[in-house]
Ligand binder design. Sequence first.
Ligand code: XMP
Length: 508
Amino acid sequence: MEQQTVLILDFGGQYKELIARRVRECRVYSIVKPGETPLEEIKKIAPIGIILTGGPNSVYLESSPKCDKGLFDLGIPVLGICYGTQLLAYSLGGEVKHCEVSEYGQTKMRVDPSALLFLGMDEDQIGLMSHTDRIETLPDGFRSVASTDHCPNAAIENRGKNLFGVQFHPEVESTPNGTEFLRKFLYDACHAAGDYNLKDLETRLIKEVREQVGNGQVLLALSGGVDSSVVAALLSKAIPGQLHCVFVDHGLMRKNEGDLVEAAFKGWDLNFIRVNAEKRFLGALRGVKNPERKRKIIGKQFIKVFQKEAKKLKDVSFLAQGTIYPDVIESGGSKAATIKSHHNVGGLPKHLKFTGLVEPLRGLFKDEVRALGRQLGLDAAFVERQPFPGPGLGVRIVGDITKEKTAILQDADAIFREELEKSGAKADQYFAVLTNTRSVGVVGDFRTYGYTVALRAVRTSDFMTCEYAPLSHDLLKTVSTRIVNEVPAVGRVVYDVTGKPPATVEWE
Ligand code: XMP
C-alpha cells in the first residue's frame, strides 16, 4: 500500500521545513510544494491532509500568492497556519483586515476544548503569534475556537468540511502544545495511520536504489560528512559490491579525521578509495592568502583528483550524492537532476558520462539522515558530528596555509573539541582558528612570539544566523592552559564572542 502523505503548500513562510519535520515526527510522511501547485497535481499526490503555511503577504493584495479554491472542495482536511488561515478564510468569503495591534511573540490564548484541534485540552494555552493581519469576519460554516486579547479568531474550524485554521504557529517550540494540536489534526481529522517509520523507510530506500541501479556500478564522492557517509552506508547495504567511494583527503581535515572516516567504513561492502592528496593541495595553495581564492583552488583541485580516480574505474554509470530535502525545497523542488552545487561535487566533469544520479536522501531532513545512519549501523558519534566545511581547515587558517600551520591548528582544535565535549557544554559548531597574528609572551625567562588561536563555539539551528555559545570561564581557562602548554607555537588564546550577523560562523 502507498504511504500516506500530508501535503504542505508553501506561501513563503520561514517555517515550512519545520512544519514538514513536525508532521514526520508525528509518524506521518510529509512533502512541501509551492502554494500555487495545480489542483490536478494535488489530486495525483492524493494527500490525506493539506497544510497551508504562513507567509509575509496580505491576502487582500492582488499580488499575494493564492491557492486553487478547488482545494477546499476535495474533501481532504485542510489546516491553515497564519497566512494560510487568512487565505482559507478569504478564499471562502471571509474578511481579512490589517490589525490595529499586531501580535508578535508568545501570546496567551483561550481555546475551546470542544474544538477538534484542542479536544480535551486546557482552555489556557500559549501560541507564538507573528501577524499584522487578522480574520475579521468568518466565512459561512466556520466558528471561532480560540481567541487572544487582540485576535478574536485565533483559531477557526468548520467540522462539517474538515477545514481548520490557526493564526498562531503550532510548529515552533514557543507554542508549547503545538505538536499536540498538529497531532490532533493528523489523527482526528486526517485519520492518519502513523505509517511513517525509519525501518520501513530503510526498506523502501533500498528497494528504490536497487530498482534504479540494477547491476550498474555507482561512484560516490565521500567527503566524510554525515550526508555522504549515510549514502555510502545505505548503498553498501542496497547494492553490495557495486559501490565505489572516493575519499579525497586534502590534508586540511581535522586531526586524525581522515583515519576516522576510513575506519568508519572498514568492513562495509564497498570499494573505499582513499586519495592522500595533501602535497598537491598545499602546493596549489602555497602563498595564497585570499579566502575566496583558497576556496576556489581547493574546489578545483578536488575535482581534478576525483576525476582522475573516476577515470581509473571502468563501467561506472551512476553518480551518487548526499543531497537532502532542505536542498531540494530551497531549489523549488524542480531541479530533480541538477547536481548540488556543494563544494565537494559542484561542477563535476561533464565528460564522465553518468546515466543516472542516485540521491537516496533527497526526501529526508538532517535529523532523519542521522537516525537512518544510526539504524544502518554507523557509529552514533560519527553521525552526530558537527558540520565541517568542504575546504576544511583551509578557511580556518587566516592568511597563507603551510603544513606547519595546519599541524598547529589541528592540535589546538583537537584540544578545544575534546574539552568542550567533556564539559557537556551546548554548542552546535565549535572549532579553533589559527589567526595570522603573533604576539609577545614570556615563558620562563624567555620572550616568545607565538600565534594567537581564536576559539569559536556557536549555537544555531540553521547556520544562517548564530549566537556565540556562553562557555564557562572554567572551560575556557582549561582549554587555554592546555593549548599553550601542549602546542608550543601558540602563545595566546582568545574567545570569539561575535554573533552572525554581523560576523559569520567561519573566520574566512
Ligand atoms: P558561515 O561562515 O558562512 O558558515 O557563517 C555557515 C555554515 O557553513 C559552513 N561553511 C561552509 N561549508 N563549504 C562548506 O561546505 C564552505 O566553503 C563553507 N563555508 C562555510 C560553516 O562551517 C557553517 O556551518
